[in-house]
Design a protein around this ligand. Sequence first.
Ligand code: FE2
Length: 504
Amino acid sequence: MSNTTISQVIVVDDEKYICNIIKEALSSFNYDVHVFSEVGEGIEYIKNNQVDLVLTDLVMGEFSGVDVIDTTQENHDDAVVILMTAHPTVEAAIEVLKKGAYDFLVKPFKLDLLRETIKRGLAHQQIIRDNVALKEQVAFLKAATAAATEENKEEFMRLVAKSCKNELDATAVSLISLDSKSKEIFAHVNDCDDEKYIDEVSDFSIIDKVIQAKSHEPIITKETIEVDRQFHIKTFITQPICSRRELVGIINLVTINRFDNITSGQLDVLMLLSNSAASTFMNFKLYHDLEYSYLQAFSALANAIEARDAYTAGHTTRVCKLAELIALEFGWSEQKLHYLKIGCTLHDIGKIGVPDAILNKQDKLTTEEQLSMNNHPDMGFKIIQGIELFKPAIPYIMSHHEKYDGTGYPNQLAGEKIPIEGRLLSVADTFDAIMSDRPYRKGRSLKVAVGELRKYKGTQFDPLIVDTFIWIMQQGKVDFVDLYGREEDLVQLVEVKLTEKVSV
Ligand SMILES: [Fe+2]
């Protein structure tokens, strides 16, 4: 497809005067006309240059117009071919039309008829191109809509990179998101057909050039390279992604084409994709700022509960740290780790509905008091359920008091029916409760805490999670001095190590 609005018209006819007449006849039109009376030269030209329409004689010495049709079709998907001949036969006409020639002119023809046929051929070509462009736009809009509704930023970036690659027929694409103030790189995704271009599209030094250019226009550089013994045009495009005049990312891409055929329409699509990326990046930022504010507010609430419940001071923070260590061992994604933080912070939020007298009672709770206490997961669910941002906390809130053997609360779930979030939190939560100081007793030792985990492995706790947690401790990944301020636990850790080796 041509990158200009001027159609490239090629005339191949071994009669030179015909070539000249046609060139003259088309001179008042906005076409670039290239005439060839040497048929071989014409065929070479068609192989190596942008071509929109070809006019050729059918019989030309050693060459036939069919050679010209074949060469044109091999090298240009939507070029129009018009045949000219002085000796038409029905069979010849059928043959060339079958081969994909657009029309057939019988010599001698009136120049008006020639002009009209060319005009019609180019109009026909335009309809086909518009149709293709329309299909591409529909595909693009579908991809852009899917991308814009994507909740995961990295997945969104992958979809945008893929759309850029499809729309510009690129060999390699890189999408980089930046902090609008510091210009530090937040996230970076690649989509490459050819690995040798990964480093090129991942070149961060171009970011400084974009900042210095202070422009939202794409930076485009071109060079000629050889691929399979043919010259190709390699185009490198850097499209800035800007939101409210701030640079928030860039799209780098490499295209390799036989001809210089990046269209202005494709550059428009790239601009649209960068605008879509900019607004979605801002939405992600607003979403995360909002989520952060909410989490701060709810953390304050969780702290307020801890303040009421003297022995739980710092419990939430420690449980978050311990649960994260276990989840890391299970290879959880960034997204799941993020939800884990929300879930662990909010897991006891329902205690807000438990009276102080029950929460801080040192004697055994009455049945009624126990029921009130056991209601805190349901109460937490009711508090959280209307807040979309915190829905990922629900499995933590609802299932951290379920037991592996099905005797826990509130739903007596057993085994793997208990969400993994609850099984994991249950181990971290109980471990910390044993280790923490309470008003009526000092925190228990590491040896006791580990002994309890082992004792209730398979009844209260998921065995794999207990084993993993102990293995993490044995690897020295738990900072007991930071968490509990007790050096002696380090000594006991050696004993834990010696008493039983756990393999996970
Ligand atoms: Fe709880």
